[in-house]
Design a protein around this ligand. Structure first.
Ligand code: SAH
Length: 363
């Protein structure tokens, strides 16, 4: 019998979903597995959604036997799945260390969007966001980001396919950029999850020095959480604004060569009664965004017990939208989805995840 060199015997298990295909092929080669086996395995887990080694009929028995032992397929378990009245479904997913994150499936006419998390908790502490109130535990790994897609995709109703992924769950994607980029490579690889890059959107609270790096690395959509038109208000809502104020953020966006009318910035603006919903705010917003290819998504505040803010009356929101529309700014007023199961924007982490973050910290 061939004896394996000790270095190989001590090798740590390979977490398959941590690696984009080119790197997975290399990792296979290092384990004396033929690189094309990596493509075959990707075909099962990403192409077919099959994770049971017993069904991977074109793989040799020896490789199938190693799956689950020194090649790990699962980074997350689906712990619970809640269904909202409007069809939105929130999954609570548990990592190997017990950390929990949430992912939200949003079925719509003509498309199905999955909202994924990038961190356990979030360090940015935006004053209106439930995840912010949770504090920060750790970054998610590549495999934990990718597995949110694999696990939740398996819960789709027959006939539905996943069309869009938005990095708008728990956490700040640009503070976990290397993992987010590697996950995106798997998402958009035709031999991976096969999504069109323009159906992937990364949302940031405004980590200015990382924005250009994201757009240079991946042709995805950029969303920016703006929420205010003065530094005085934005400093309170998004404390990161004290490091990267509006002028720095908007100046950087205006100078990005990747952006165009066909590829605008999607600005998220959460409307909070009496805080940022005045007509003057709308007018300032128009002025601030002049010169940046923009689409504005107005999101009425989803109230929760950790924040003192409330959504404006519908006519106030309509008036705000009207000011933007008259200035020919493309804007939509988003209706909240999944709020009855705390799956709407900024409500993630309201229940189980909070307990689990505390448990992890206290360990
Ligand atoms: N950290 C990233 C990703 C989170 S995206 C970012 O800030 O962009 C989630 C979006 O929902 C952000 O625009 C966030 O500001 C917004 N949001 C957070 N709490 C909210 C709430 N309670 N109601 C409405 N929108 C909220």
């Amino acid at each position: 019998m061939n004896q394996r060199p000790p270095s190989r015997m001590n090798q740590r298990p390979l977490v398959v979903k941590d690696h984009s295909l080119p790197r997975l092929r290399e990792a296979f080669a290092r384990r004396e597995l033929a690189p094309f086996r990596a493509d075959q395995l990707a075909g099962w887990i990403y192409g077919q959604g099959v994770e049971d080694p017993g069904r991977m009929t074109n793989l040799p028995a020896e490789l199938r036997e190693r799956l689950g032992r020194d090649l790990l397929l699962h980074a997350l378990e689906l712990e619970s799945l809640e269904r909202s009245e409007d069809g939105t479904r929130k999954g609570v997913l548990r990592a190997r260390d017990g950390a929990r994150v949430e992912a939200v499936l949003i079925p719509e006419e003509g498309r199905t969007t999955l909202c994924v998390s990038t961190q356990v908790g979030c360090p940015l502490a935006c004053s209106f966001c439930a995840t912010g109130a949770l504090g920060f535990t750790r970054n998610l790994t590549v495999a934990e980001i990718v597995d949110q897609v694999c696990r939740m995709r398996a819960e789709l109703e027959p006939g539905r396919t996943l069309s869009n992924v938005v990095f708008m769950g728990m956490g700040e994607p640009l503070l976990n950029l290397p993992a987010v980029l590697e996950a995106i490579r798997i998402l958009v690889d035709p031999k991976g999850l096969g999504l069109a890059p323009r159906r992937v959107t990364v949302s940031t609270a405004g980590v200015v020095p990382k924005i250009a790096e994201l757009l240079r690395a991946a042709p995805v959509n950029l969303a920016v959480s703006l929420h205010a038109t003065t530094d005085a208000v934005r400093d309170v809502l998004v404390p990161l604004n004290r490091r990267f104020p509006l002028r720095a953020l908007l100046g950087t966006l205006a100078a990005l060569p990747e952006l165009s009318r066909r590829r605008p910035v999607f600005f998220e603006y959460t409307l909070m009664a009496g805080v940022n919903d005045a007509e003057e705010d709308a007018e300032r917003l128009v002025t601030l965004l002049a010169g940046i290819p923009s689409k504005v998504n107005l999101i009425p505040m989803n109230p929760h017990p950790d924040a003192p803010y409330l959504p404006p009356a519908p006519e106030v929101a309509d008036r705000f939208l009207g000011v933007l529309a008259r200035a020919r700014l493309t804007a939509t007023l988003r209706r909240p989805r999944g709020s009855d199961i705390a799956a709407a924007c900024g409500q993630l982490a309201l229940r189980d995840a909070r307990a689990s973050a505390r448990a992890l910290r206290d360990r």
